[in-house]
Design a protein around this ligand. Sequence first.
Ligand code: NAD
Length: 499
Amino acid sequence: MTNARRAAALAAIGQMPSPLGHFVNGRSLLGAGEGFAVTEPASGEIIGTVCDATEAELGTAVAAAKAAFPKWAATSGDKRKAVLHKIADIIEARAEEIAAVECLDAGQCWRFMSKAAIRGAENFRFFADRAPMANDGQTLPTPDHLNYTTRAPIGPVAVITPWNTPFMLSTWKIAPALAAGCTVVHKPAEWAPYSARLLVEIAQAAGLPDGVFNSVNGLGETTGKRLTEHPDIKAVAFVGESKTGSAIMRQGADTLKRVHFELGGKNPVIVFDDADFERALDAAIFMIYSLNGERCTSSSRVLVQASIHDRFVERLAARARNLKVGDPFDPATEVGPLIHPRHCSKVLGYMDIARADGAAIAVGGEAMAGKGYFVQPTLFTGASQSMRIAKEEIFGPVLTVIPFTDEADAIAKANDVVYGLAAYLWTGDVGRALRVSDALEAGMVWVNSENVRHLPTPFGGTKASGIGRDGGDWSFDFYMETKNVALARGGHKIQRLGA
Ligand code: NAD
């Protein structure tokens, strides 16, 4: 079965043009730019070549999005809703194929990707249902004027996404943009570009008009940069590293781009001694070792109250040792390979950093023998919050445990990072949960829970973890301009200058 899934993924890629170019204005555009190889993380084998968009190709994609914008923006919300639901239908029908492609080029495990594809469909359904209300505003009357607001789509937007869960993350951005009435130029990550091609073809098959959704492949420093600098792109929705976010902000400065950034994290899980020990353990393990640790909201630091520290560490270590690492297509696999040799070296570099800083490697710490970019699930103990392994985003199956004494110490340690994306808090004391949640510098706090996404709620980070929020109406606020109309009742006094 696992071989059959891999074969299905290879067949899906095999049906795409080779080298893979772009998808612009409703049709495949063969790339004329330089090709780059895409490798399968589990084997290290090259599975295809993809073209970096030339400046002219990028220009064609933006021009298509610009030309399609007025008509799509004027399309009724009900019509947009219908097309977006159709996209969701096709995603559901092809969920296995999408999941297989994610396993192949992103190295993510089947057990998680099969659900991620379905979540991609849910993202489309959620925003489809809200499309008819996207333009709605508020009424803000005064005795002299009736003020009312309306919203209109901002224009063609760029969506730039990373490789960690490429399909799901793309839908999360593209669905609200299309529901709002924007047109899109999507640039997927160069290390895992194939599911993006499936998505744009699915959208086309669902009846999305030509040019509304375009996809260009390429490298960040060339295609990504040009896209963010293009004067006809009105906003950039970006998911990726914090330093890339800074670069995009600089690149977009001259054309005053609106930006929405979902960036890195070094998210704490705070476990108090009055917590449900077993559930906290399950959640901490799940949030760092699932998705190969390549997850922005991963629980990469566990802060454990000193009184239960040793017992918790012992149980964490036993679980980490027992994780099933291997073939991402095998449904039993819990941890797959890292995306790329470069990322693998970065993650392995933290083993030396941990030793040099004086932490202990209780579990793992090595690359795994054999082909592919596998790293042993790793647990750092004896760490302190001042160490680099406690402050920097590693983005691999690597967990750092740090003890704390009391509430104040836990809060100080949790906040002592440049990031502020998610925080997880485990306690049986409701008052403490409220106090600590208030004090945590994070865009999202989960109390007695792992990351459970509810689409109407805001998703996003503070500090170096991002700007803006996704979800619910927050997404529409980003992809739309708000206009206020003040309508005089006719009786207010107007100053009569020069009368
Ligand atoms: P990355 O920043 O290297 O790349 C992301 C995308 O940006 C890619 O498509 C890349 O080609 C493009 N890019 C790179 N340089 C660019 C430039 N100068 N201009 C325009 N585009 C450019 O990130 P990555 O390594 O692909 O992904 C991992 C990172 O993503 C981690 O830091 C992770 O925390 C973050 N992430 C955040 C969230 C969130 O919701 N906060 C979700 C997933 C991943």
